[in-house]
Design a protein around this ligand. Structure first.
Ligand code: SF4
Length: 340
């Protein structure tokens, strides 16, 4: 099987051209045709000499544009895109309208091996890692669906992005390449449940990505019940890595805290969480849990009290409300439904 040309970063394409005895400078024209003009065939690579187009067609494949199923929320205009990539691997993206802005949430894996107890994607298990081209294809489809430029991207859909880091890193380079889509890395956020070695790597990397860490619980025993990866990278190590990231980048980290009614929403939980994160430059997003198959408890009195306690402790804390409740917009819910 021929490698996909859209799985290559521009530097990799330049190397491939050199190996073919061609000038690497043609990679920029190929990128521009593939990403800015949306060329769907090698013959359509305008700006690339005809002889080289034929050689590229001999050496590489070029998949047609992805055609996801689209579900639109009547409640708030959220659009959910359900892809079926090669081999029937499902993946989901979501276009989220906000006040004067549009963001897209993109998957890095089909399914997920992490098995978080509250997550529909986790219940599916890992189908496979998505390739760089499949991650980029989600951005392209979201942008088409949105009908206007996207303000920000979050890698927070299906999968643990840092367990498919090599492919995600390439997708980020492709998406942000000035010869192609030119989407700024500083407007991309990658969300992890705590793959410590990659958080450390990101801290020292030239990539400008923003980091979000999903905490889920402030108590390690409770967290271990909800997030099996706690056994491999305990919360204290995750927080130490996040602190290191902030220091190295002079940046803040986004902490995500899914609030489970009656599980991790007590005053003691809030105090414990504040103690852990109040001296880390951060912003905390509280996300009331949206369980598969039904509406969650929403913004309860306990959630409001939790937010108030965090703010009183000096932590910038926001409520992130559920979007698209009528289209199963939470991570993995549509794909999991399709596989039952
Ligand atoms: S919450 Fe994220 S890491 Fe955990 S199972 Fe779901 S997709 Fe995987």
């Amino acid at each position: 099987m021929k490698p996909g040309i859209k799985d290559l970063t521009r530097a990799e394409l330049e190397d491939a051209l050199v190996r073919l005895g061609e000038k690497p400078v043609h990679a920029a024209a190929a990128f521009s045709a593939l990403y800015r003009e949306g060329a769907g065939s090698f013959a359509g690579l305008s700006g690339v000499p005809a002889r080289l187009r034929r050689r590229l067609a001999e050496c590489f494949s070029l998949a047609p544009a992805a055609a996801p199923e689209v579900f639109v929320s009547a409640a708030d205009g959220t659009r959910k895109l359900l892809f079926s990539f090669e081999g029937g691997a499902p993946a989901e993206s979501v276009v989220l309208p906000g006040k004067g802005r549009l963001s897209a949430c993109i998957s890095s894996q089909s399914g997920c091996a992490c098995g978080c107890s509250f997550c529909a994607t986790g219940a599916m298990g890992l189908v496979r890692d998505l390739r760089p081209s499949e991650i980029v294809a989600q951005y392209e489809a979201c942008r088409r669906e949105a009908g206007s430029p996207l303000s920000s991207l979050v890698f927070m859909g299906m999968g643990e992005p840092f367990l498919n880091w090599e492919n995600l890193r390439k997708a980020v380079l492709i998406l942000s390449d000035d010869a192609g889509h030119g989407f700024p890395q500083s407007r991309m956020t990658v969300s992890t449940v705590g793959v410590v070695p990659v958080i450390r790597e990101l801290a020292g990397s030239p990539l400008k990505l923003r980091l979000a860490v999903s905490l889920v619980a402030a108590d390690e025993k409770l967290r271990a019940r909800l997030v099996p990866m706690e056994a491999r990278w305990p919360l204290r190590e995750v927080l130490a890595a996040a602190r290191g990231y902030c220091a190295a980048r002079r940046a803040q980290v986004f902490f995500e805290y899914i609030v489970f009614d009656g599980v991790n929403d007590s005053a003691e939980d809030a105090a414990r969480l504040a103690g852990l994160i109040k001296d880390i430059p951060c912003r905390l997003n509280l996300i009331p849990h949206n369980p598969p198959g039904g509406p969650g408890a929403g913004v309860t009195r306990a959630v409001k009290a939790f937010q108030k306690a965090m703010i009183a402790s000096g932590v910038r804390t926001y409520l992130r409300l559920e979007k698209g409740p009528d289209i199963s917009a939470a991570c993995g819910q549509l794909a999991a439904r399709g596989r039952r």
